[in-house]
Design a protein around this ligand. Sequence first.
Ligand code: TRP
Length: 457
Amino acid sequence: MSRELWSSRTGFILAAAGSAVGLGNIWKFPYLAGKFGGGAFLLAYLILVFTIVKVVMLSEIAIGRAANKNAVGAFASLHNRRWKIVGYMGVVACFMVLSFYSVVAGWTIYYTVEMVSGSLSGLQPDALTGKFEEFIADPSLPVIYHGIFMLMVIAIVIRGIKGGIEKVSTLLMPALFIIIIALILRGFMLDGAMKGLEFYLVPDWSQLGDFDLWSAALGQAFFSLSLGMGTMLTYGSYLDKKENLPNTSFQVAFIDTAVAFLAGLLVFPAVFSFGFDNTAGPGLTFIILPAVFNQMFGGQLFGILFFILLFFAALTSAISILEVMTSYWSEEKGVCRKKSAVIFGLLTFFMGVACSYSLGIWADVTLSSILGINIDLEVFNLGVFDFLDYVSSNILLPLGGLLILIFAGWIKPKRIMDEITNNGKVDFYWKNAFIIMTKYISPIAIGYLLLNSIGII
Ligand code: TRP
């Protein structure tokens, strides 16, 4: 059976950027930056993305295109069956990520509805915080929105890559960009905005010695660029053989990083202006932005547009995650696309319900409590939502990335280099740097930070 391809290079860039740009940029990046001291986190993040993580991106896309297969099949067809484990790990990580991702995506629908109804307008920051906390802890409302979101993701994935994914991305990405710029300009005019900018842009150098900051920045880089679990591999497999991989992958990384950077510019001036706590955590974007909209002329309209676009950004990302699971099952096991998308979608939905409950009625359920033991390690004491987030971003994705680098740098270096250079036809000016990074520097750095995340160092 011949596989579909993207209709053009721009089609791939938009779809890959659509996968990369999502809640990771606008919801997760600002709250992590807030938690880890602002400027220092931003700097660590930028350094990691443009050195260590960039070569993972190029390697992963090249593996996908070389094999022209899904995440599991790719490793088997390029080398041997044992390497399938990397693909399986990716499928498991996808399941974990999508289950909490879809819950947060459901929040964007709820906030769109609330903006339309006007029920947030005029509320003071404290009241907005209360409203957010009450909503996420509710046993039914967030689950309903999460379910609606999952249904949409399943419906689009069933239609396949061109009909579904490409079209959605093409229109909405540029729109999101424009509205973020407009909101940033308004945020700059708030009283005390400068303090927020300073927090976000001027690093406190002493914090760069904190390994937890670097581990968090690394996990976030993998999460935001959709790396380490087969998303870019699967999308790369639908890419035409003529395309220039180094340029294409750089453009995707650049767009993604630009949006994350802008999200920080949007959030921090307001955080400081309204006197919020910058370490507020996952609610940061959802609480701060309605406060900004309340201060703006036409704020309600901007608010509606913003949450709709954030919803679409989450949708294009979620599609790419379900696509990894679906393409694996349908290509490797011959299950039809529709059945595969529906079953994985449902499994993810149920896990997501547990994630949502862990923010309310199941707040006390942790590994420690389930096993009935008391262990002082962070992973043992997280609720379902935070547990899945931590294990996937800080452990599984970097581990997947590490194995991808070993594959590209040590197992099949020639095959991957031929793929990157289109058999010598593309002029790959940082070829030597790529080889050194892929073989030595990136795997060592990632391995080191991984050991830190697991708690060994
Ligand atoms: N990158 C997306 C975001 O920032 C989420 C995402 C899509 C993802 N595919 C992924 C995260 C693969 C990890 C791995 O919102």
